[in-house]
Design a protein around this ligand. Structure first.
Ligand code: FNR
Length: 360
């Protein structure tokens, strides 16, 4: 049931919050440390203005695009978000049902709380899988085969989280996974050691945790051995985009993990144009972080993104109203994008360019 008062993405937040344990709200909504990056992701869009167009002519206006040979009705995907059963009893199953109703592609977190196969069985729209580097080659090869067999169309290696960020808000709220919610797809994988070193030792560097962090060589291995095209998610520096291109990635996601890893990282939208300049259209570039309005989508596309992903907004839709909430969030954002295009005189996505922007 969707309350009539909900008319934009942010309206879902209070409903979602009421339906979650306090510690789960902290898990979903907060960012690392002082949340400088989390806040800047949201604030950065406000620093760009849009030029309105007068008396435009429209001829069969459309938001269609083709991403890697995959046709999409509009340039919005669902970003990978872990443990969705914390937000709703049906978790990822409800999310992909909502995405399917709207024809949107979902990227499923490797830390999903349902199996990749169960999720695929509910999907009516393409699925991609997000990947955290696994040190065990046999486990990796087996899981990659499972993904291919289940029909996943692409793999997205997350490259900005060698370790978790400093999650003070989660610590204060005492966040921990409840009984019955876990990363089911990682059962049987060697566990990452998350306990930092004892007092008097080097807390992270002596913990051994970084020994298992993926390297550029590991990315090259994955590109060569994955049956699915490999994207990288979490590229911010232009030179890292170049390194990823050199290793043959299929696409790049400009992202700072929604402000959950390095606090102080710039807003993703602020580095997007620099990354796109390096990429030169050789592969598609997605961005995420702080998209809450159709005008945000338009601004990201004007700065060079091929499409965007949303994270928290659809989780709030999921928590408040299940699959219908996820579909509604996508519908609202898509409708707002169309309004933004109409008012800036854009007939298709190809008309969206930097000339629409001014720095306010
Ligand atoms: C994430 N994100 C994430 N990314 C990833 O690659 N694997 C994951 O498992 C998760 N899990 C996750 C959990 C939660 C609670 C959040 C909020 C985010 C990051 C996510 O894919 C995306 O980059 C951001 O959420 C985008 O920012 P917005 O849209 O939330 O502002």
């Amino acid at each position: 049931h969707i309350p009539a008062q909900i008319s934009c993405l942010r309206d879902y937040e209070s409903y979602a919050r009421q339906r979650m344990r306090t510690q789960d709200w902290a898990y979903f909504s907060t960012g690392a440390a002082d949340e400088l990056t989390l806040q800047d992701n949201l604030a950065s869009f406000g620093r760009w203005g849009l030029w309105p167009a007068a008396l435009s002519e429209f001829d069969q206006p459309s938001t269609r695009l083709t991403l890697h040979g995959q046709s999409m009705d509009y340039p919005i995907l669902l970003a990978p978000v872990a443990y969705q059963r914390l937000a709703h009893p049906d978790g990822e199953l409800a999310s992909v049902l909502g995405a399917g109703a709207m024809g949107a592609t979902s990227v499923i977190s490797m830390q999903a709380s349902h199996s990749f196969e169960e999720i695929a069985a509910r999907a009516h729209a393409p699925l991609w899988a997000q990947w955290y580097w696994q040190t065990d080659r046999a486990f990796t090869v087996d899981l990659l085969r499972r993904l291919e067999a289940a029909g996943y169309a692409a793999l997205m290696l997350t490259v900005d989280a060698a370790v978790n960020g400093v999650r003070n808000q989660e610590q204060r709220a005492g966040f921990s996974l409840p009984e019955g919610v876990d990363a089911v797809n990682l059962r049987g994988a060697p566990k990452q050691q998350v306990v930092l070193g004892a007092a008097g030792t080097s807390p992270l560097f002596a913990s051994g945790l970084l020994d298992t962090a993926p390297t550029w060589e590991d990315l090259a291995w994955l590109v060569q051995n994955s049956p699915l095209p490999v994207w990288v998610k979490g590229v911010m520096r232009p030179r890292d985009a170049q390194r990823a291109l050199d290793r043959g990635v299929a696409g790049i996601v400009v992202s700072n993990h929604g402000g959950r890893t390095l606090d102080g990282a710039p807003a993703s939208v602020d580095v997007l144009a620099q990354v796109c300049q390096v990429v030169q259209g050789r592969v598609p570039v997605l961005m995420d972080g702080g998209i809450r309005r159709g005008t945000d989508v338009l601004k990201a596309l004007a700065l060079g993104a091929t499409a965007v992903m949303i994270g928290r907004p659809y989780i709030y839709g999921l928590a408040a109203a299940g699959a219908a909430g996820v579909a509604h969030v996508l519908h609202i954002l898509r409708a707002e994008l169309e309004v933004a295009m109409a008012l800036t005189g854009c007939n298709t996505l190809a008309d969206i360019g930097p000339e629409l922007l001014y720095r306010s």
